[in-house]
Design a protein around this ligand. Structure first.
Ligand code: ATP
Length: 235
């Protein structure tokens, strides 16, 4: 059984048919990437999985349990962490406060503290800056904070929406290194990217989405070598 499965998911924004029957799976321990150009429906796919937008048709399953109609906080509690596009951290709150908020459904102070320590072990840069306001950190640091916050709930799957967006090449490298490292430690990751080259280098499998439909799916190496993919997304 797949950890995450979408079956024929259709999502609309009013009259706009944004997802036209998306089916995909993510197995435990995998990094799967969803690539596609602007407006293809990548973010909408993640938003539909985490309950932020609703599928009008089709089903979403986590570990075989249907979550299609659940509320976002229920879905988060079941183990799906969503790190949205544009690293929406709380700019006026400190690094530590941002992390603590990531553990919103955890009551126990000690568990939260352990989560913060774990995040600091992963991202030493955040530890150095634990008291700094989120909004004054660099783009790369904010992205690290957004990912670290997503990890606070000890999710079963981490969904990252364009983590490399707007970052300098060296920081892009760092973010993809982190993705790799998290996966080595067992984290399952669904990675949305326009940066197809990098995404396919860290992923084991990929899906290509175009105007709300999956037009290609394959193992990452084959997609990297695919002329259609090369021309459209790796040029
Ligand atoms: P990008 O890389 O530019 O974020 P994307 O692949 O993530 O693109 P989506 O953001 O999922 O694409 O958008 C898919 C389609 O749905 C687009 O046509 C977009 O204009 C439309 N859309 C997205 N959000 C809304 C909204 N809140 N209201 C209306 N239409 C929307």
């Amino acid at each position: 059984m797949a950890l995450l499965e979408l079956q024929n998911v259709h999502t609309y924004y009013g009259g706009i048919h944004a997802l036209k029957g998306i089916s995909l799976t993510v197995e435990k321990g995998e990094v799967v990437t969803l690539i596609g150009s602007n407006g293809a429906g990548k973010s909408t796919t993640l938003k539909t999985i985490c309950g932020q937008t609703r599928a009008r048709e089709g089903k979403v399953f986590l570990n075989g349990q249907e979550i299609t109609a659940m509320k976002p906080h229920e879905i988060a509690r079941l183990g799906i962490a969503h790190v949205p596009e544009g690293r929406r951290i709380f700019p006026k709150l400190t690094v530590r406060e941002n992390l603590e908020l990531g553990a919103f459904s955890v009551q126990d102070k000690r568990t939260i503290q352990e989560g913060v320590e774990r995040a600091f072990a992963y991202f030493p840069r955040l530890k150095e800056r634990f008291n700094q306001k989120g909004g004054t950190m660099s783009g790369g640091e904010q992205q690290m904070l957004a990912i670290a916050r997503g990890l606070m709930m000890k999710p079963k799957i981490l969904m990252l929406d364009e983590p490399s967006m707007g970052l300098a090449p060296i920081l892009v490298e760092q973010i993809f290194d982190i993705v790799n490292e998290l996966n080595k430690e067992g984290m399952t990751i669904l990675l949305v990217e326009q940066n197809a080259n990098q995404a396919l280098s860290v992923a084991s499998r990929g899906y290509v989405i175009q105007t709300g439909e999956i037009i290609l799916k394959d193992d990452a190496r084959s997609l990297l070598a695919n002329p259609q993919v090369r021309e459209a997304y790796l040029a």
